[in-house]
Design a protein. Sequence first.
Length: 256
Amino acid sequence: MAFPMAWTVLHSKLHQFFQRRSPNHPSCGGPLMPYLKHGRILVAVSGGQDSLCLLHLLKDLQRQWQWHLGVAHCDHGWPTDQGIAEHVEKITASYNLPYFQKNAHNLPETEAAARTWRYQALTAIAEEQGFPWVMTGHTQTDRAETLLFNLLRGSGSDGLQALGWERALSPTVNLLRPMLQISRQETGAFCRQQQLPVWEDVLNQKLDYRRNRIRQELMPYLQQQFNPQVETNLAQTVEIISAEVALLDQLSQTLY
């Protein structure tokens, strides 16, 4: 198999994930390969390091997988978003890929409202353009932070297994998060190595958002004062919880 010249550890991780991962979606009883080979994939790109890392990796792996890629960008319409869409569109053009965009109107400047709207927008683009797969650049770091966020909210088992590997967005569109075994530190190093034009979102520094406080304050404190591997351990905890919930669901269906 001929690999690109800049083949890295992250290329190997993603390539192996697609070869081995068995989604829970009813239509997928085995590895992802038969469903992604020559498939149509819509890549959600915000302009940040994680989504650019994913896009670059998928483009590099295109020779092996023969998939058809498209890029989707969701413009919240907030003042801090000015220039991002044009930046992502320019990057997409440099990869010679189709670009799709949805624009929000009067979207509240809250994390929850933005997240809900983005998934609605991505689902709409995928359905309109015929993409059965949507991929996002969520990482192991996001997974650990989400677990802490939901723990602090007092979530039950469903909330604690959030940010799973895959889920259905609609009857015809599936969401896949292939980088949950890769940390934000790794995606940052990859972007620097590949000299990717990362857009630094000023909202990521706003401590008014609870997720940013977890990222900027709580996680570094836990790493320094308790366990340097806390991010990896929290992500592994999500895997354990997910497996236990799946087992309980299976047992309840058998019993009842």
